[in-house]
Design a protein around this ligand. Structure first.
Ligand SMILES: [Zn+2]
Length: 388
């Protein structure tokens, strides 16, 4: 608390000293008339209010000083930034709007005030006003910063068409590749089209997603879901097989769904063999689950679960083996199962590699840090296994 107060005092004091130093020639100062003198009075009144901890009155006095004397523009910016950093967005907005209202403000300072105002709105969560403020800066030297902020706003407001346009614009001005994000924006549009029953639009959006990022996994997952919805199981399976070609580690996310598709398509045996081969190449508990689902022979299921546990030594694998042991001792088995389930409760989630946020289901867009593709396709317990 004390530190903050010092900050607040030190800043205007430093400006005040600089301001005084620039006006040591008192004779000249006198000649500049009453406007400057009013500014000086307002300034010292502001300092006085600050010293007596009357911040509101201090701000009003500073604004008065800045209005009378254009040379205090930097004080204005400093105060505005200070307010924003302290979370006092309304005040920061007031400071920056006051600057923008001045007709004599040079263009570079005007743009600087505009971007500061946009940042105030963004931080305050006033997204529509932030969007309008950043829009003005598209044609200025703050273009790339404005576009990046606009993209962030479009994502938060889920305006995917606008996000696509903005990402393309960022690519055009040389801000790097946005292929990964673009594929997700198209996937979001596909989901929306599917929700309103427009399958053609959904398919078209997924074509765009694949075109913009041929390595993306999610469009294939969604293509499979659409095919399945229309009762085309073999087609859905073919789409999911693509994931094994592109990024085999992501097969874990769709393995159990795939096993059910194999069942529905009457391809239980060939599907089981294919999944087993994938399991051996890329071990993951969900692939084991898929194989167990399709394997009719109890002894073979037990063998698969045991082999997996021997290789992976995880609680998850122990739990699967326990399921396959048969009724040797029901009471002991139930007790073990409960103990394992308890220990596993917090360990079969997915964790964002960017910020550590955990989610029960795998997600492509982190709700905490807003990162795309930040969730590895492995459950947390198996992730620990890999890292140790
Ligand atoms: Zn995150």
């Amino acid at each position: 608390m004390e530190f903050e107060l010092w900050w607040l005092l030190a800043l205007p004091l430093a400006f005040g000293l600089g301001w005084l130093a620039s006006r040591l020639d008192l004779r000249q100062w006198r000649r500049e008339g009453s406007v400057r003198r009013d500014a000086a009075l307002s300034y010292f009144r502001g300092l006085n209010f600050l010293l007596s901890e009357q911040q509101d009155q201090a701000i009003d006095a500073f604004i008065e000083a800045v209005t009378a004397d254009p040379n205090t523009v930097d004080l204005h910016f400093a105060l505005g930034n200070l307010f924003r950093r302290r979370g006092e967005y309304e005040r920061a907005v007031r400071v920056h709007q006051n600057l923008l209202e001045r007709a004599d403000l040079p263009a570079p300072e005007r743009q600087r005030a505009q971007i500061a105002l946009a940042q105030d709105f963004l931080k305050a969560g006033l997204l529509d006003r932030a969007e309008a403020a950043y829009d003005v800066l598209r044609a200025t030297s703050y273009r790339s910063e404005a576009l990046a902020a606009l993209l962030q706003i479009h994502e938060r407001t889920r305006e995917w068409e606008r996000a696509i346009d903005t990402a393309h614009e960022l690519e055009r001005i040389g801000a790097g590749s946005y292929a990964r994000q673009l594929a997700h924006y198209w996937c979001e549009l596909a989901l929306r089209a599917r929700q309103r029953g427009d399958l053609d639009a959904a398919l078209h959006a997924l074509d765009q997603a694949v075109a913009v990022d041929p390595r993306a996994v999610r469009p294939w997952q969604l293509r499979a879901a659409l095919a399945q919805q229309q009762g085309h199981e073999p087609e859905a399976i073919a789409h999911l097989r693509q994931i094994a070609q592109l990024r085999p580690e992501f097969l874990a996310l769709v393995a159990v769904d795939m096993a059910r598709l194999f069942q529905a398509a009457g391809q239980q045996a060939s599907g089981r063999d294919w999944l087993l081969a994938q399991l051996q190449d890329n071990p993951a508990i969900d692939l084991l689950d898929a194989v167990l689902l399709l394997e009719p022979d109890a002894a073979t299921r037990r063998h698969h679960a045991l082999t997996y546990l021997q290789a992976q030594r995880s609680l998850l694998a122990s739990r699967r083996l326990l399921d396959q042991l048969g009724e040797l001792d029901t009471a002991a088995q139930t007790a073990l199962a409960h103990a394992l389930d308890g220990a596993l409760k917090a360990r079969q989630r997915y964790r964002c590699a960017g910020c550590g946020f955990e989610a029960r289901n795998h997600t492509w867009h982190c709700p905490a840090c807003q990162g795309w593709d930040t969730y590895p396709p492995r459950r947390t317990e198996e992730l620990q296994l890999i890292s140790t």
